[in-house]
Design a protein around this ligand. Structure first.
Ligand code: SF4
Length: 380
């Protein structure tokens, strides 16, 4: 590495540092071509307070987390149930939301009937609920109440044993489990290690498959695992300006794409969710730049599934978002949208049909021209 100088550049998001090596010439001229990129992961989620169910302390993971936070001087309290936690501060909706996002609750998952997760998987795998990220359009905004605290479950062995019983019941068919139906499980992975255990478990299941979606990048401990291709990482992406405006407390675009490259290089199946897709001045160029970035990092011969989700909102979600983010710039004017009844009986506002067709045609073309082997799983 002679002639190269290591330089640290800290990224916008908390929890990771991007290290690259630039030549002296590059540093002096300001032309810092990326020579090599390495991620150094630090704990992604550092809660301000942690609640424990007494029963969680009977499990080694619960005990380990208790000792960890106790030794770190974090505020630690007990709660009788992870479903009803009192004592999280915050008078206004915004304060309550922000304080809850800094709160971790460590509990035992009791009801072990897994929820179905159609159409992308057969069942949810409940390792965690909630997410410390603060994306303004988060799909969890309307489902986790006024205080969307982050929950992790310590009875991982029981959860995985239950998954095994579901797999056995469906033999000889394969059974697919979704690990991110109500959380971003990678956000808490540096604390729990539960994803690593799940990946290891599914590697041993001939007819069990695991998938999850994330905006996080703490992948380093998962790379050396003998996954046998049974776990698929999907990274949730958007174009740069949308991430900048609406996604808070999560790693930026370059970090996510780098993490995806590392995961792909470790032999895991990967995929991308581009969501929510917005139409705004210059949207085609920005989404084209996103696809070009993926091509540059991953090459063109990768067999990639893409899931494409256009922006939509319900009246309930809009009201909740306006409470928590009163100054939000999210476009949510019903006049600009078409009202559509959803499968669960409530209506949502989607882009008009012609706009939807334009988005679909543009992105399908952009993706297939850069990744001829890609598959677009769906566009909604
Ligand atoms: S990362 Fe995903 S789950 Fe977390 S706040 Fe953002 S949209 Fe919600």
């Amino acid at each position: 590495m002679s002639g190269k100088v290591a330089q640290f550049r800290s990224t916008a998001s908390r929890g990771s540092i991007l290290l690259y090596l630039a030549s002296k010439d590059e540093m002096f001229t300001g032309r810092a071509t990326y020579f090599r990129v390495i991620f150094i992961m630090m704990p992604g989620f550092v809660p301000e307070r942690v609640f424990f169910e007494p029963g969680a302390l009977e499990y080694s993971l619960g005990r380990k987390l208790y000792d960890h936070f106790h030794d770190a001087g974090t505020t630690v309290r007990m709660t009788s149930s992870h479903n009803r936690v009192t004592g999280i501060p915050g008078d206004s909706p915004t304060q309550a939301y922000m304080e809850a996002k800094g709160t971790l609750v460590v509990g035992v998952k009791r009801g072990l009937d897994f929820a179905p997760c159609k159409p992308s998987a057969h069942y949810q795998l409940p390792l965690a609920t909630g997410c410390p990220g603060k994306c303004e359009y988060c799909y969890l905004a309307t489902t986790l109440g006024n205080k969307p605290y982050v929950r992790v479950y310590v009875n991982v062995d029981q959860i995985l044993a239950r998954a095994e019983s579901y797999i056995k019941k469906r033999l000889p068919e394969a059974t697919v489990f979704e690990g991110a139906a109500t959380s971003d499980p990678l956000a808490v992975e540096p604390l729990t290690g539960s994803l690593a255990r799940a990946i290891d478990f599914f590697a041993g299941q001939e007819q069990g498959r695991f998938r999850f979606v994330t905006k996080q990048t703490a992948v380093h401990k998962l790379l050396p695992l003998n996954h046998r291709g049974h776990t698929r990482f999907r990274f949730s992406l958007n174009c740069r300006s949308i991430i900048h405006r609406f996604e808070h407390g999560v790693p930026g675009l370059d970090e996510r794409v780098e993490a995806a490259g590392l995961v792909a290089a470790a032999g895991y199946p990967i995929g991308f969710i581009i969501a929510p897709i917005f139409v705004f001045p210059g949207w085609k160029k920005e989404y084209q730049d996103l696809i070009d970035l993926l091509r540059q990092r991953l090459g063109g011969s990768v067999d990639l599934p893409f899931e494409l989700i256009s922006h939509r909102f319900t009246t309930r979600a809009k009201n909740r978002i306006l409470e928590v983010f009163p100054g939000t710039g999210l476009p949510m004017d019903p006049e600009d949208r078409q009202f559509k009844f959803g499968q669960f009986g409530y209506g949502k506002y989607v882009y008009p049909k012609t706009t939807m067709e334009e988005i679909k045609a543009f992105l399908a073309d952009a993706i297939i021209s850069r990744f001829p082997q890609a598959k677009i799983d769906y566009f909604v």
